[in-house]
Design a protein around this ligand. Structure first.
Ligand code: LHQ
Length: 261
């Protein structure tokens, strides 16, 4: 069985984490398959949005803890290799992908699984799902961008509580706290997430890529730097065919037909 299921339809590359018996926990093979899927998303012009979700009752339980034998008294393990070669490149790839990534959190998202969801551009979650910064429960720190995303999304106090206590945060609280875009009824999640992804896939793809670039850069930049960046990115957006189509459609009072160019 592949660890990642991939299907392209109507511009949406659906990518499903597929190790349901382990709540879709990551092993090296799953990382490799996910890398290939996201490379495809980057390379193929026909892909104009990505929809990431999980098979079964969980979204992703982070690193597969049964992959290594870790026990008291055993030789210490250097975790940086796996983070450096798998998790960090994955987070960087999701953020840098010049196409929107929708994440449909279908069940529990724990450890790196929670933070990989937060690395996506629009996060939707089933009402029964939850987010757990479970790292502290096994003596680790939030990785996969957790220490970056959490304080920026929910503020310092809530970030620290989530990281230290490792308690489950319900999808509804995650929405209320601003951690995610929306919690939706369990039965609606798949169809709603697909609808959002399809809407994005029919949109001005180049403009979306530039929006991602601008917003993600803003957390690091001064207002001056950001204003300059907006000028430069708007220049690029203005050169796109989709911009010309958008304005023409507005003037002609008709829906635009964006081609992603
Ligand atoms: C699992 C896992 C799992 C294996 C559930 N592994 N089997 C990066 C780089 C290098 C190293 C270290 O880490 C990292 C980043 C990380 O992600 S560290 C954090 C790793 N993840 C966790 O600590 C989460 C561990 N899992 C849990 O706390 C719970 O399973 C959650 C809260 C996710 C779900 O709880 P429940 O809904 O009560 O399900 P469950 O605990 O009964 O799990 C169901 C099955 O899935 C169970 O197997 P079994 O054979 O008993 O049915 C679990 O053992 C298995 N599973 N997570 N990460």
């Amino acid at each position: 069985m592949p660890s990642i299921l991939v299907a392209l339809d109507a511009g949406v590359l659906s990518v499903t984490l597929n190790r349901p018996e382990k709540l879709n926990a990551f092993n090296p093979g799953m990382h490799e398959e996910l890398r290939a899927a996201l490379q495809r998303a980057e390379d193929e012009p026909a892909v104009r949005a990505v929809l990431l979700t999980g098979a079964g009752r969980g979204f992703c339980a982070g690193q597969d803890l049964s992959e290594r034998s870790v026990s008291p008294g055993a030789a210490p393990i250097d975790l940086s290799a796996s983070i450096g070669s798998n998790y960090n490149p994955l987070v960087r790839r999701l953020r840098a992908l010049p196409k929107p990534v929708v994440c449909a959190v279908n069940g529990v998202a724990a450890g790196a699984g929670a933070n990989i969801a937060l690395a996506c551009d629009i996060v939707l979650a089933a009402r029964s799902s939850s987010f757990v910064q479970s790292f502290s429960r096994i003596g680790l720190i939030p990785d996969s961008g957790g220490t970056f995303f959490l304080p920026r999304l929910v503020g310092a106090a809530r970030a620290m509580g989530l990281a230290l206590l490792g308690e489950r945060l319900s999808a509804e609280d995650a929405e209320r706290w601003g951690l995610i875009w929306a919690a939706v009824d369990d039965t609606e999640l798949a169809s709603y997430a697909l609808e959002v992804a399809r809407t994005l896939a029919a949109g001005p793809t180049r403009g979306y890529g530039l929006i991602k670039k601008a917003l993600y850069a803003s957390t690091e930049n001064s207002l001056d730097t950001q204003l300059d960046l907006e000028r430069d990115l708007q220049r690029e957006a203005g050169f796109s065919e989709d911009y010309r189509e958008g304005v023409a459609a507005f003037m002609q009072k008709r829906p635009p037909i964006f081609k992603g160019k």
